[in-house]
Design a protein around this ligand. Structure first.
Ligand code: THU
Length: 134
C-alpha cells in the first residue's frame, strides 16, 4: 500500500505542534481500519512531564471518538518544523500502540525528507507486553 497520503497528513499536523520548550515539532496521522485519519501533534508543558507526544495525541483522539481498529500511523518531526531524518516513536507511544494494534500487521510510517520508511510495530517493539493476549 502507498502511504504518501498518510505521510503528508503527518507533515501537515506538525504545524499545530505546541513545542516552546524543545523546539521539536512532531505530527502524527493515524489510519483506522475503515479508512479514517486522526491527526495529532506534540503538546508540551512548562512542567515538562505532562508533555504528550504527537502519536498519543492521535491515538487518544481516535479512541475517545470510539475508534478501536487501526492499520497504520505516520510520524513526522523535526527541529523548528524542518523534516530531515526519521523521528521514531518513543517507548511510551509504542506501548500505547501495543494496546490497540496487532504488532505484526500494524504499520509505522517513518517520514523523512525524501519519503518514508515502513516498519511493523513488532519490529519497533519486539516482545511487546500485552496482558490481554497473555
Ligand atoms: N515527541 C513526540 O511527539 N513523539 C515521540 O515519539 C518522541 C518525542 C515530542 C515530545 C516533545 O515535545 C519533543 O518531541 C521532544 O522530545
Amino acid at each position: 500500500m502507498n502511504f504518501d497520503f498518510l505521510a503528508e497528513a503527518a507533515k501537515e499536523a506538525m504545524a499545530k505542534a505546541y513545542a516552546p520548550y524543545s523546539g521539536y515539532y512532531v505530527g502524527a496521522a493515524l489510519l483506522s481500519e475503515d479508512g479514517k485519519v486522526y491527526t495529532g501533534c506534540n503538546i508540551e508543558n512548562s512542567a515538562y512531564s505532562p508533555t504528550n507526544c504527537a502519536e498519543r495525541t492521535a491515538f487518544f483522539k481516535a479512541v475517545s471518538e470510539g475508534e478501536r481498529a487501526f492499520s497504520a500511523i505516520a510520524v513526522a518531526g523535526g527541529y523548528k518544523g524542518e523534516v530531515k531524518d526519521i523521528f521514531p516513536p518513543c517507548g511510551v507511544c509504542r506501548q500505547v500502540m501495543m494496546e490497540f494494534c496487532d504488532p505484526h500487521t500494524f504499520k509505522i510510517i517513518l517520514v523523512h525528507d525524501s519519503g518514508y520508511e515502513e516498519k511493523t510495530l513488532s519490529e519497533l517493539l519486539p516482545l511487546g507486553f500485552d496482558s490481554a493476549k497473555k
